[in-house]
Design a protein around this ligand. Structure first.
Ligand code: 5GP
Length: 129
């Protein structure tokens, strides 16, 4: 079971943003910028391009809904989209609010983000879904 499957199962806490029968969205615990959200399929697949076409299309549509809510909740120019997958072997899309290119710099993460702020951001995004 991957760490993201444990989060989806509720065995590990997360700042949940959205969920449906196939996907789960939650705040990245070490955000590159405030509001940094991960979109994950409930099905355990490591590499995103191993996901079958229909499921991958649904994942992008789910990510679009989350990104639309993020853009309403968080002042930003756009929501940036990245896929890395080098750390956690469970496919996920990174959604990051952007004012400038440097806001998507994975070398500079926010250390020990304030839990109350994270909770509020997750609630604000969820309220805009
Ligand atoms: P990647 O696999 O895309 O290279 O990076 C994995 C991402 O997942 C990282 O940005 C990391 O901060 C995030 N991450 C790793 N473990 C956890 C966790 O237990 N909870 C949350 N919310 N995010 C995590």
């Amino acid at each position: 079971m991957t760490i993201f499957s444990k989060i989806i199962a509720g065995e590990i806490p997360s700042y949940k943003v959205a969920e449906d029968d196939k996907f789960y969205a939650f705040l990245d615990i070490n955000p590159v910028n405030w509001g940094h959200t991960l979109v994950v399929p409930k099905q355990e697949v490591d590499y995103i391009f191993d996901i079958d076409d229909d499921q991958l299309a649904d994942m992008i549509v789910f990510a679009k809904k989350v990104a639309t809510a993020m853009k309403k909740a968080i002042p930003c120019r756009k929501i940036g989209v990245t896929v890395l997958g080098l750390e956690v072997p469970h496919a996920h899309i990174h959604l990051v609010p952007l004012q400038k290119e440097g806001d998507m710099d994975f070398k500079h993460k926010i250390d020990n983000p304030d839990p109350e702020k994270m909770k509020k951001i997750a609630a604000d995004i969820a309220a805009n879904l």
